[in-house]
Design a protein around this ligand. Sequence first.
Ligand code: MEZ
Length: 549
Amino acid sequence: MYEIKTDLRLEDIYTPEMLESMKKVEANRKSNAELEPRRMTAEEKDQLLATYHPDYKKSEFTQLKMGPNKGGDVPLELAALLQGKSRINPSEINLDRIDYDTDVLVIGGGGAGSSAAIEAHKAGAKVMIVTKLRIGDANTMMAEGGIQAADKPNDSPAQHYLDAFGGGHFAAKPELLKKLVCEAPEAIQWLNDLGVEFDKAPDGTMITTHGGGTSRKRMHAAKDYSGAEIMRTLRDEVFNREIPVVDFTAAIELILDDKGCACGAVLLNMETNEIRIAKAKTVIIATGGAGRLHYQGFPTSNHYGATADGLVLAYRAGAKLLYQDTLQYHPTGAAFPEQIFGALVTEKVRSLGAKLINKNGEAFMHPLETRDVSAASIIRECSDRGNGIKTGSGLGVWLDTPMIEVKNGEGTIEKRIPAMLRMFGKYGIDIRKQPILVYPTLHYQNGGIDINEDCMSGVKNLFVAGEAVGGIHGRNRLMGNSLLDIIVFGRDAGKSAAATAAGVTVGKMSLDHVKRFEDERKACGITDDTLSPKLLPSYTHGNPRFEAK
Ligand code: MEZ
């Protein structure tokens, strides 16, 4: 039995206003637990999103002035980076001095990069991973609630497809989404065989739950440490295969050959500032998301290095982006206490039965609407409706965690969501007894680099996997489909990159595309000399070379 050790009394933790509101939540708990709030109609959802979802706030977006997506809308922060200034002067880089020579260069050491490296290695290619932090410092590690796959008798990939296609506003690229759902059962089996400790019933069948927008229980989990458990297993496999991993080394430009094919990267050693050159027959971008750009000032659930680097590298090399104007705000980021502001409160809390409650103790929405709808609904409750609860730095609504044990019995929280119990327990909050305060947090980049079915971008021999891809999920992603896409597309990118590499002879290596990009910047009158890729968030102090101007 987990104990919350604290000398704090509730009055030491919460404001009087919070305690007053908490009493109403407690008084209504039983009736709210029995209530089935109705689902919104399609029209209600559209109107809600248009009015309250951050993606619809026009003043936060601008049109790109240059590059393959010229004229397309992007968030202001991303525009500055996509049209930013290179960290190198191409004429100062000696491409004749090769530091690393490999068949497949994987940029990024998260779940997608590791899966890609494992499969490329299995296919017989010489492969290496470069990562600007350490292998496993990635959003994969931060994912909690689970991974989807339609592998139960009452389910099917077709059903999974319909859920995800609708949840993504019918905008997903059909061929990518089809691959995602059809290869999902095999992905789970692959992870299970590698050693992921999925939650299982005594007879060995996987325990599955619902997520927002799912019509069947298909969320497979390792308690609420699912991403960490998957990353642990993948990292072990990378190490077991003795795949070289170059830590603390960021890719700061791609290298193309004289035929315009990707053939390596300019690397920056983050500790010594030295430039290194990697030559490769094929390159895989698996650099993850962008939460640390803090779009619109939102806090984030993302890891420290999530700064959209791969999008910048690929864009400068000529690859098109898709849905670069759509972000996911996870409905339930921690809003209180301040020390964990923006941290992920897994959707699994709602899958297990906790409801979202306003300051008057009312369950104001169905807890398992899709994420964009849920986030917009919470924002509305806290803004125009005036039903939010004041926290130190803003507002939040209650997520009534004790309701989980009202519905499922004592012990459920410790057994199914121990990470949540511990995260709040550190601050004297026992989520078995007290509800928690939540508000949307920047969680996922729905858009990214456009790829074909073989995971290749618009630049030849440049493959992409994971959160850096755009189009798999459309304009909104369902819970558990990201841990799934890093495995499905990571593995496939690794296989495709290895197969392609077998037939590649690298031509003359060049950085002419970087020169051309700089010329285009000048021709378009771009005077903002923000350095990109960003590499680390702006609140980093220290080496000014890493900081955006
Ligand atoms: O897919 C996700 O983003 C995920 C599993 C997050 C969560 O709520 O746990």
